[in-house]
Design a protein around this ligand. Structure first.
Ligand code: NAD
Ligand code: UD1
Length: 341
């Protein structure tokens, strides 16, 4: 029988891509999502792409009764936990909403998992837990800190997972720290569909390219980086999705539970804002007007991963290039100028 995986937040950007990768790898998936930042259309399109209907349950991870019901009805090998809120600026304005969703929701889920003796867990953490790093590339032992409620919520959950494994060695708690996920499925059928004006760089660039936004503001050109603009480790969402499959495969192969296991998912290479802009312009053939603007509060100069641990433990490494990331984003944007709506 195929191992069954509960995918919380599976209708979202990273979750929907991961559902495809899980299906291809032979996992049976159940998606649980409250659709607070996604559309059921993403699930329909995943079902079409994998030619198999995805079992979708609309529910909130903070609602014990509906989660309980799912665990009573299904016997899971493990849970991949994407469900959460992710907008840094909004988290500063609405901290309680973020702690409730991201921390209380996760506590609820872990408690129900414990009650049903499901102890394999893959958690969506973020490079944001490294704050402003002293050393590059960043490895998993780097000091952790956060500067906003979103980042704090990720740090708090990591702390909860560490304490959980100290109390009960039966858990496998793989914590994947994503760097900067971008790109879309190669079919152009699913991709990132931000609400309103995007905060993140890649969706902003693609909306300028398609003519929805007039020009990009490049936040800061006086950083201590090769061209003065911020440097990030952009990773294709499809590579990221395979990283989740590798994490589950790893848990399955172990004789013993693995405890708290933080792993970076990045390419190990940094690219600047201007490099990404230039690559997108070349790939799309579109002119992308931009202006330099002051630094954005809370931004750091450079952030890129050491990807060695993922390769050594999971046998996983990113394969897709910046050009692939731009080409796939552009295809998704052109085919779906208004996202899923
Ligand atoms: P997303 O918003 O597209 O997906 C999250 C999904 O969770 C959405 O479908 C949303 O409806 C659902 N959700 C939110 N709260 C819920 C709740 N209480 N109950 C049930 N479902 C709920 O975001 P994403 O980009 O796919 O991110 C997935 C995870 O990865 C998040 O935890 C995010 O913090 C983390 N992460 C994302 C990035 C990034 O750049 N996208 C970077 C690092 C970490
Ligand atoms: C941001 C979040 C981070 C979160 C990640 C993924 C902040 C401070 N950090 O990371 O916590 O995990 O998104 O959701 O919000 N840029 C521009 N113009 C734009 C947008 C961005 O120049 O319109 C620049 C930024 O200054 C930065 C780079 O592009 O140098 C990447 O920005 P972004 O895509 O927002 O990601 P991060 O800031 O790295």
């Amino acid at each position: 029988m195929k191992p069954k995986i509960l995918v919380t937040g599976g209708a979202g950007y990273i979750g929907s891509h991961t559902c495809i990768a899980l299906h291809q790898a032979g996992y049976d998936i159940i998606v649980f999502d409250n659709l607070s930042n996604s559309s059921v259309e993403a699930i329909n399109r995943v079902s079409n792409l994998i030619k198999t209907p995805v079992t979708f349950i609309k529910g909130d991870i903070r609602d014990r009764a509906s989660l309980q019901k799912v665990f009573i009805e299904h016997s899971f090998f493990g849970v991949i936990h994407f469900a959460g809120l992710k907008a840094v600026g909004e988290s500063v304005e609405k901290p309680l909403r973020y702690y409730d969703n991201n921390v209380s929701g996760t506590l609820n889920l872990l408690d129900i998992m414990r009650a049903h003796d499901v102890k394999n867990f893959v958690f969506s953490s973020s490079a944001t837990v490294y704050g402003d790093p002293d050393v590059l590339p960043i490895n998993e032992n780097a000091p952790r800190s956060a500067t906003n409620p979103y980042g704090h919520s990720k740090l708090m959950v990591e702390r909860i997972l560490e304490d959980l494994t100290s109390a009960d060695e039966g858990w496998s708690l793989v914590t994947l720290r994503y760097f900067n996920p971008v790109g879309a499925h190669v079919s152009g059928q699913i991709g990132e569909d931000p609400n309103g004006i995007p905060n993140n760089l890649m969706p902003y660039i693609s909306q300028v390219a398609v003519g929805k936004l007039a020009q990009l503001s490049v936040f800061g050109n006086d950083y201590a980086t090769p061209d003065g603009t911020g440097v990030r480790d952009f990773i294709h969402v499809t590579d990221l999705a395979y990283g989740h499959v590798a994490a589950l495969d790893y848990i399955q192969q172990q004789d013993h539970p693995t405890g708290f296991l933080p792993i970076n998912l990045g390419t190990g290479k940094g690219s600047s804002v201007l490099e990404l802009l230039t690559a997108f312009s070349e790939v799309s053939g579109q002119r992308i007007p931009y202006q330099f603007a002051p630094r954005r509060a809370g931004d750091i100069a450079s952030c890129y991963a050491s990807a060695d641990k993922a390769k050594a433990l999971l046998g996983w490494e990113a394969e897709l290039s910046i050009k692939d990331m731009c080409a796939d984003t552009w295809r998704w944007q052109r085919l779906n100028p208004n996202g899923f709506s």
